[in-house]
Design a protein around this ligand. Structure first.
Ligand SMILES: *Cc1c(COP(=O)(O)O)cnc(C)c1O
Length: 432
């Protein structure tokens, strides 16, 4: 399905001109395509159909209730990292029994809530955590389903802030220690060893690191399955997406050309991994976040000023790093497109926000059509790790989010009212 495209010279999301949404909801504005979300989920689901599997959408990438509901309606489970995320799943009508609870810092109260909601498994990341889960479960007279996150120590070839599967990272338990950990965990009475998990990093754009990690894990998983009657093997998330060019990605024609190019597609992923996974005879869990949500959203912003200094052309927009922090945080690339296509000559530009930080930029020295104040532009592929990382820094309200479905659209999160920014704060009595 082809979801963000120009119709004439106007940028559309599915059947709706983005311009229409800007008039109605203002900017900055996140716009999500339901068809793209569903399409990516279904593509991966179909590619993995050769094995009993469950996709647990990594909702930390985008946790809007309507995004979750879209995926829950397709049968998706969720990879959660806090009790707040579990509350969101329930609120959105998702099934806690299809949730896996990840994260290295689970508190006792989070564990209690997740146990009461009967999550599918806790992905434990340390032995003290296993002991804590056991203690909480004993107190509640419950048996906690467990898997341990294995750090397979493979290089994922991605940005250092999103690699997780080497011994330099805080995640999981070292490969060599896993058998001992399972043996000790099997003696904890209120745990049920249900599976084993790995996740090597994010935005991985080739199949080789996944294949290397799975190959390394296979003998271990086989042994653990035999010893502890494990039911599932979670191969994590991390499937990368195309940030450039962002426009076409998602159409059937695009997937066909992507298959011929050096682009990770669900089919290539499945072709490499299924022959390795099928002989295990286990349920395979996946935890993709970005792959499902990344290309499904854009951030639309208004050009406030164009400022030329010495050598530079600054395009100052009304979105900023508090709305989309990825460029500042990960040096991430987002394609920038005008809402109304223009023939203006390209000029080297920095697109920046109004926050008082020199890290507050969306691109530097990029050839872009010459923008003028009053125009709008779209930061593409902002559906993952976009709004979820937004903050009120500089006391800027959280933006509005809109979901588009064909010709229908709805604000799925209202723009934050100014007074909500300080709701919950007060002036201490003695200052009055
Ligand atoms: C963040 C994370 C994911 C999702 O990563 P993506 O790159 O968005 O697919 C999956 N599993 C775990 C354990 C994670 O921490």
């Amino acid at each position: 399905m082809h979801q963000f495209r120009y119709v004439g010279n106007k940028l559309f999301c599915e059947g709706v001109a983005i311009e229409t949404l800007v008039k109605k909801f203002g900017t900055p504005l996140y716009v999500y395509s339901q068809g793209t979300l569903a399409g990516h989920y279904q593509k991966l689901d179909a590619a993995m159909s050769g094995v009993d599997h469950l996709i647990c959408f990594a909702m930390k990438s985008n946790s809007n209730l309507s995004v979750l509901r879209t995926l829950a309606n397709l049968g998706s489970g969720f990879d959660i990292v806090s009790d707040g995320e579990l509350h969101r799943v329930i609120k959105a009508g998702g099934d806690p029994r299809k949730c896996v609870f990840a994260g290295a810092g689970k508190t006792a109260s989070e564990i209690e809530f997740a146990l009461k909601q009967n999550v599918y498994a806790f992905n434990a990341e340390s032995e003290p955590e296993l002991e804590r889960i056991n203690t909480v479960a004993a107190r509640l007279k419950k048996i906690a389903p467990i898997s341990v996150r294995v750090n397979p120590n493979v290089e994922a070839k991605t940005h250092s802030k999103i690699t997780t599967g080497t011994y330099e990272d805080k995640f999981g338990i070292a490969f060599e220690q896993i058998e001992g950990v399972y043996a000790r965990a099997s003696k904890l009475k209120n745990l049920r060893l249900r599976g084993v998990q790995m996740h090597i990093g994010s935005q991985i754009t080739e199949t080789t690191p996944f294949e290397q990690a799975v190959r390394k894990m296979l003998p271990l998983v086989t042994k653990l399955k035999a010893r502890h009657a494990l039911e599932f093997f979670s191969i994590g998330g991390g499937l990368g997406i195309v940030y450039k060019p962002a426009l076409a990605s998602g159409s059937e024609a695009w997937w066909k050309t992507a298959a011929a190019k050096n682009i990770l597609t669900p089919q290539k992923y499945a072709d490499r991994l299924l022959p390795l996974l099928q002989p295990l005879g286990m349920k395979i869990l996946m935890e993709p976040g970005r792959f499902i949500s990344g290309n499904a959203g854009i951030l639309v912003t208004h050009v406030e000023y164009v400022k030329r200094t010495g050598r530079k052309n600054f395009v100052i927009v009304d979105a900023a790093m508090n709305d989309l922090i990825r460029p500042a945080f990960y040096e991430a690339y987002h394609e920038i497109l005008p809402l109304a296509k223009k023939n203006a000559p390209a000029i080297s530009s920095d697109v920046v926000g109004g926050v008082c930080e020199s890290g507050d930029y969306f691109c530097k020295d990029r050839p872009l059509p010459k923008f003028v104040a009053g125009e709008h532009l779209a930061l593409m592929s902002a559906g993952a790790y976009g709004f979820v990382m937004a903050s009120n820094y500089n006391s800027r309200p959280l933006t509005c989010e809109v979901l588009v479905h064909g010709k229908k659209f709805a604000a799925v999160r209202e723009r934050q009212a100014m007074k909500e920014i300080w709701s919950g704060e007060q002036v201490a009595d003695w200052l009055k």
